[in-house]
Design a binder for this molecule. Structure first.
Ligand code: ASP
Ligand code: MG
Length: 415
């Protein structure tokens, strides 16, 4: 028996029958003796629709009104779930961000949670009610509604779980856990039973879009055990294991590599024959940052003659045209003699695992495997628990599958 925070994403509350299904899940946890707070997203597609209403009026809109509009999706689902629970004889009450309140910064459209007040929620739970909280939204100091950025209801759930000191935060979604690789590419990918916060963060940032990155950062900071599981299975989170995201100290059997991920949303830009003098990198990346372009992998060569050097970096594919525009402007003013070339047919493959800290040869094995398949590596970057390579996009599947096998991640084939 304990206190659980359950979060249901857009596909889990997409229709009234889906919301009824969520109510049965909550009922199961109540029947098992738990106290439950629920955080809900908007019905699948609704937030997109609301955003499109804003841009239909004007491409540039007031972020305060944007928040007032897009926060409405979660208001509907929290109320509907409360009704569905009441119908089952379970006392329930909905709570909007401002009613809790979930206090945020005033950066509208991308607000950060500052505090979750617990008095109201605790009183509701004490009365024996299920507290159904609208995710994604909060209250700015000036009194206006804020939203937390797309996918933000994961972060709402973790913040509520941390504030209430819940025993667990179950994130119900349309997949039944976090996988060693994308099952659409690797048919033998398997569900990871336990994964550390650090690994989950790396997974989230390289394209395994199960949880909003900020929710994992918050869970790590507040040490909230988070479980990712499917809302389309009949059992509840206390019965079937999804993937537990938790402190690495609590994971006994740790694989060296926990997952192989890929991202096709990559473009590569090379600047050749750059002047090798102080300040050049700042001249390039300063304007890119000002243009809100996120740069990922960066490699620069040691110049052979101390006069000219080459620099390669990656950006997301959608940012490539803007990146080239910014660079051409810099080229004209500051980088005479430098040539720029780019390509968008690349993809990034990463291996992730906290075991890398204590084992040697993990990266060299990756290079060996790719060499055996005749796959050329264009760029390499590493962190303490991740090695990423940039390769030709056409080799994505081959690379991911070969690495998955090489690191012993394949699920035993059913005979
Ligand atoms: N409904 C919001 C979105 O679609 C928040 C969320 O679902 O996490 O981004
Ligand atoms: Mg989501």
């Amino acid at each position: 028996m304990g206190l659980l925070v359950l979060k249901f994403g857009g596909t889990s509350v997409a229709t009234v029958p889906a919301i009824e299904n969520v109510a049965s899940k909550v009922a199961q946890e109540i029947a098992a003796g738990h106290k439950v707070a629920v955080v809900v997203s908007a019905m699948a597609g609704v937030t997109n629709q609301l955003v499109s209403y804003c841009s239909a009026i004007s491409q540039i809109f007031d972020a305060k009104e944007y928040d007032a509009i897009v926060a409405s999706g979660e208001q509907v689902t929290s109320g509907l779930l409360a009704l569905a629970l009441q119908k089952r004889g379970i006392p329930a009450r909905s709570w909007l961000g401002w009613q809790v309140p979930i206090v945020t910064s005033d950066v509208h459209g991308k607000a950060r949670i500052k505090a979750v007040e617990t008095d109201t929620l605790r009183a509701s739970l004490e009365r024996g009610e299920v507290a159904v909280i609208a995710g994604f939204q909060g209250l700015a100091p000036g009194g206006r509604i804020t939203t937390l950025g797309r996918g933000g209801s994961d972060t709402s759930a973790v913040a509520v779980a941390a504030a209430l000191k819940a025993d667990r935060c179950d994130i119900y979604t349309d997949v039944d856990g976090v996988y060693t690789s994308d099952p659409r590419i690797v048919s033998r990918a398997k569900k990871i039973p336990k994964i550390s916060y650090e690994e989950m963060l790396e997974m989230a940032s390289v394209g395994a879009k199960v949880l909003q990155t900020r929710s994992v950062e918050l869970a790590m900071k507040e040490k909230v055990p988070v479980q990712v599981l499917s809302s389309f299975e009949s059992a509840s989170g206390s019965e079937i294991p999804g993937t537990m995201v938790m402190d690495e100290d609590r994971i006994v059997e740790q694989e060296v590599v926990s997952g192989v991920t890929h991202s096709r949303d990559e473009a590569k830009v090379s600047l050749r024959s750059l002047p090798d003098v102080p300040g050049v990198a700042a001249k390039i990346f300063g304007p890119l940052a000002e243009a809100a372009i996120n740069v990922d992998m960066i490699v620069q060569n040691v110049s052979p003659d101390k006069a000219r050097t080459d620099l390669t970096f990656t950006v997301s594919r959608a940012d490539l045209p803007k990146t080239l525009e910014v660079l051409k402007a810099v080229q004209q003013t500051d980088l005479a003699g430098t040539t720029i070339d780019s390509s968008a047919d690349v993809s990034k493959i990463s291996i992730i695992g906290i075991g890398m800290r204590s084992y040697v040869g993990v990266a060299s094995k990756m290079f060996q495997v790719l060499a055996e398949k005749g796959i050329n590596i264009q760029v390499i970057t590493t962190s303490e628990i991740k090695v990423s390579v940039l390769i030709g996009e056409e080799y994505t599947e081959l690379a991911v599958r070969s690495l998955h096998t090489a690191y012993g991640l394949d699920q035993a084939q059913a005979s």
